[in-house]
Write a protein that binds this ligand. Structure first.
Ligand SMILES: NC(=O)c1ccc[n+]([C@@H]2O[C@H](COP(=O)([O-])OP(=O)(O)OC[C@H]3O[C@@H](n4cnc5c(N)ncnc54)[C@H](OP(=O)(O)O)[C@@H]3O)[C@@H](O)[C@H]2O)c1
Length: 198
């Protein structure tokens, strides 16, 4: 199964379709379940693959661990986790930024990514295989005016990915891609777990 967070629009939705085209079964996560259900129906009809949508706010630790636990049989089949859910809010000068925007970005882009990864990783460790793709951003590589906390969250995604890679003795694959839809660069950091430290 391919598990994609933030599949209700944008890059996540496009990723779901791309994997479905490759005949992969999908677990899709987002808050807007109406959009996820419609996407699931469309993908099933077009590609004849299994698609299971879940309404989930990844900022909620209890909700993330709860949903994975309650659906353990399904989530334990995750071969690829695409940590895509994320957002940028409030590009103001630092003194004018809203605290709530900072909190939303940190809670989603960093903590939400960590919760899902922590919940699903044990299944990959058990089978000794799996891939984690974290959707980063140029903002994690180059800071820019008014980018402040968004840049910081994407720097965190980069740092966490590298740290996870080093801590798990697996193959390294580091690629930069161009987002065809927006023309923007984004950075999926793929971690392949072929062999873990014992
Ligand atoms: N588009 C770009 O130019 C660009 C460039 C660099 C990096 N990125 C990165 O690419 C990723 C996707 O961006 P996008 O442009 O495709 O944005 P998007 O169209 O706004 O999609 C964001 C997705 O994240 C989901 N999401 C947001 N908060 C969530 C939460 N708390 N719980 C669960 N799902 C949540 C949204 O679903 P719901 O609202 O339904 O929950 C939506 O499906 C982000 O990590 C972004 O930082 C984008």
């Amino acid at each position: 199964m391919i598990l994609i967070t933030g599949a209700s629009s944008g890059i996540g939705e496009a990723t779901a379709k791309a994997f479905a085209k490759l005949k992969q079964n999908l677990i899709l996560i987002a808050r807007r379940i109406d959009r996820l259900e419609k996407l699931s129906q469309d993908i099933r009809a077009k590609y004849q693959v299994q698609v299971i949508p879940f309404e989930l706010d990844i900022r909620s630790k209890d909700a993330v661990f709860g949903i994975v636990k309650r659906n353990e049989e399904l989530f334990s089949k995750t071969q690829v986790l695409v940590n895509n859910a994320g957002l940028a809010k409030g590009f103001e000068r630092f003194p004018n930024c809203e605290l709530s925007d900072w909190e939303t970005m940190i809670d989603t882009n960093i903590k939400g990514l960590l919760y899902i990864t922590k919940a699903v990783l044990p299944y990959m460790l058990k089978t000794n295989e799996g891939h984690i793709v974290n959707i980063g951003s140029v903002a994690g590589h180059w800071n820019y005016p008014h980018g402040n906390v968004y840049c910081a969250t994407k720097s965190a995604v980069k740092a966490l990915t590298e740290s996870l890679r080093m801590g798990s003795n697996h193959m390294v694959c580091f690629k930069a891609k161009t987002c065809q839809r927006t023309g923007a660069y984004y950075f999926p950091y793929r971690s392949s777990f072929c062999k873990f430290n014992s």
